[in-house]
Design a protein around this ligand. Structure first.
Ligand SMILES: Cc1cc2nc3c(=O)[nH]c(=O)nc-3n(C[C@H](O)[C@H](O)[C@H](O)COP(=O)(O)O)c2cc1C
Length: 214
């Protein structure tokens, strides 16, 4: 997959280059079900050489520990470039001058979606998303709730119209995942691709033998 954008000189540049080791990506984990999705995304981005700046909401900490059996600190501290307290509005993700390539909120609660869609910056996650949108960088929201009410749907449309990519964690089955981890890895690779980061060894549709007998 290849995205093209205009450089300052007006020539086309490949956003694939954003996957270089210097690329800084913000990952926010909020308190929706699906902490494994964050875990696989962090592993994928770090494995691809990105500098991941991580923040976890208070509810995100709770749900992560409940679902994965460990605190975010234990799970991710050694794997990311930085972990930021969501109350720290002086941290780099609070500023457009920090040079982040993009941000993913995985998983994203309806509460955080509402804050982002409404431009309400109560914590560093909401502020960082606000900054990413104003800087016209890629913001991916892995919104998770079911079923969805009218407010959820309206907030998704508002965030979409402001420039975010609404990317709910709906698993694909055509690659025949053996388990939840494999399905989560596939989803993580899709989110990474939306951020301009190619994950090695993750085949694109049409490159493998999806329709081969067996
Ligand atoms: C185990 C658990 C699972 C939850 N799953 C979801 C969910 O899938 N989607 C959602 O919007 N909220 C979910 N919540 C509720 C949120 O955690 C809660 O609304 C919280 O205030 C969100 O705050 P945050 O957006 O700052 O993380 C869940 C809560 C718990 C305890």
């Amino acid at each position: 997959m290849l995205w093209m954008a205009k450089s300052k000189s007006g020539s086309e540049v490949s956003l694939k280059k954003m996957g270089s080791p210097q690329q800084k990506i913000i990952v926010a984990v909020t308190g929706a079900s699906g902490a494994i999705l964050a875990d696989r995304l962090i592993a994928a981005l770090a494995g691809a050489g990105c500098g991941v700046h991580l923040m976890v909401s208070a509810a995100g900490e709770l749900v992560t520990e409940h679902e994965l059996g460990k605190k975010p600190e234990e799970l991710w501290r050694g794997k990311v470039a930085a972990m930021h307290d969501v109350r720290d509005f002086t941290a780099p993700p609070a500023s457009g001058a920090a040079g982040f390539a993009g941000m993913a909120v995985v998983p994203c609660t309806m509460g955080s979606l509402a804050a982002i869609a409404g431009g309400v910056t109560k914590n560093l996650i909401h502020r960082a998303a606000d900054v990413v949108l104003k800087e016209r960088k890629r913001l991916v929201l892995a919104v998770r709730e079911t079923p969805l009410n009218r407010i959820h749907l309206q907030n998704m449309l508002a965030a979409h119209d402001a420039g975010a990519v609404i990317c709910p964690p709906l698993f694909a089955f055509y690659h025949r995942p053996a388990d939840i981890r494999e399905a989560a890895d596939h989803f993580a690779a899709r989110v990474a691709a939306l951020l301009g980061v190619e994950i090695p060894d993750m085949p694109h549709w049409g490159e493998g033998d999806q329709f081969a007998a067996g």
